[in-house]
Design a binder for this molecule. Structure first.
Ligand code: SF4
Ligand code: SF4
Length: 384
């Protein structure tokens, strides 16, 4: 097992565990993917689940019912994009109204297997062990933790049913040692589920990543690791017959007076959330999406909360310490969990050799005492 470390964070940043629901915005925006074919027309009245556009791999559907008002330029995690703008009619009309509620007690096993494979790309018949991963790695990000905290009863019910249907012998829920509230709640009710175990995982960076967690647990290669956020989507589909229209997002960081967790409609503008709920301490702030270690700095204006956004971290702008000359201390090489020598990344031959192996975990930049930022090299722009 690699030598992993605990990341330092400001312990005064505390997020209330009460979820604020903000899932009925007037307008939402669904960014197009490269090479999309648009499937709707301007002014068309649509329902939840109406196909909006398709790519070679999949079809994007609408998370609200309303009217298509056109295309707008927006900001996303991957830069500027054209997005379909939809005005909410607040009717919550669904494209497919199921006549029969999906019921785990009477849904034929082959139908359930197909549904899980189709929607979640999981072959549940090939596993004898499920590991529920409720671990957040990034400092300040507590998203998997909050999914578990708020839906643990639903999760236990679903895991127990899946274990019975598919003869799955081992089910383990992994939480970090710092997740006191989750540990307490699970210990109170796991007595009713003798087949489900709780595993407390040390607060070390990268143990939330599937490959590291599997190694740490020394588990079989066919163990199925499911993130708490994914189990929430599975529960909604299998038990409530609901498509994915909302998600949890944590907005936190040292520049906020009231770090909070929200349940939002996919496609919401971040500015709307910030303006309505959040109390920012100064104007000089840097915003990061999806973590300080592996995430990206973003521009808030017209930024859209897409399916892949779990966290927004607001940090006071600090005078960027100027990188000094490398001390050859070797700290970056010894911390790299996959054995890369980050100091050699500026050499394009070496970079090309190791670029696919790199986890983009940010540990090398985090540890460097003279503030060398390896991201510049890892993105491939600075190599000679
Ligand atoms: S970002 Fe890449 S090079 Fe740096 S420590 Fe992580 S895996 Fe190693
Ligand atoms: S950690 Fe920084 S100073 Fe030390 S060897 Fe790596 S780049 Fe040089």
């Amino acid at each position: 097992m690699e030598k992993l470390i605990e990341l330092v964070k400001n312990e005064n940043v505390i997020v209330s565990s009460k979820i604020i629901t903000y899932d009925n915005p007037d307008t939402i925006y669904i960014p197009l993917k490269p090479v999309s074919t648009i499937l709707i027309k301007q002014n068309e009245q649509i329902k939840i689940g109406t196909p909006l556009f398709k790519t070679k791999e999949y079809i994007e559907t609408s998370p609200i019912s309303g009217v298509i008002s056109g295309l707008k330029k927006v900001n996303t995690l991957n830069g500027l994009a054209n997005a379909i703008e939809i005005h909410n009619d607040f009717q919550e009309k669904k494209l497919i109204k199921s006549q029969v509620k999906i019921n785990l007690n009477n849904l034929p096993q082959d139908k359930l297997t197909k549904l899980i494979a189709l929607q979640f790309k999981i072959d549940i018949t090939k596993t004898n062990e499920i590991i529920l991963n409720a671990i957040d790695d990034e400092p300040y990000v507590l998203i998997e933790n909050f999914y578990l905290l708020n839906y643990y009863e639903e999760f236990l019910e679903l895991l127990d049913k899946l274990a019975k249907i598919y003869n799955i012998e081992n089910i383990t829920i992994c939480v970090k040692s710092t997740s006191g509230e989750n540990i307490h709640k699970l210990m109170e009710c796991l007595g009713m589920y003798p087949n489900i175990k709780l595993k407390i995982i040390p607060n070390l960076y990268l143990l939330g990543k599937e490959s590291f967690l599997k190694k740490y647990l020394n588990t079989s290669s066919n163990a199925l690791i499911i993130k708490a956020s994914l189990l929430y989507d599975m529960y909604n589909l299998i038990k409530r017959n609901r498509q994915k229209t909302d998600k949890l997002i944590i907005v936190t960081g040292e520049a906020l007076k009231n770090p909070s967790i929200f349940k939002v409609r996919i496609g919401l503008k971040l500015e709307e959330l910030l303006n309505n709920y959040l109390d920012i301490t100064s104007q000089d702030i840097v915003f990061y999406a999806n973590g300080l270690m592996t995430g990206h700095e973003i521009t808030v204006k017209d930024f859209i909360i897409t399916e892949d956004i779990d966290s927004i971290i607001c940090m006071p702008k600090k005078a960027n310490p100027k990188p000094l000359k490398c001390l050859n201390c070797g700290a970056c090489t010894s911390i790299c969990p996959v054995g890369i020598s980050p100091i050699l990344l500026s050499n394009s031959k070496y970079y090309n050799k190791v670029k696919d192996k790199c986890l983009k975990c940010g540990l090398c930049s985090y540890i460097c005492p003279v503030y060398i930022n390896f991201n510049d090299y890892l993105q491939g722009g600075k190599n000679e």
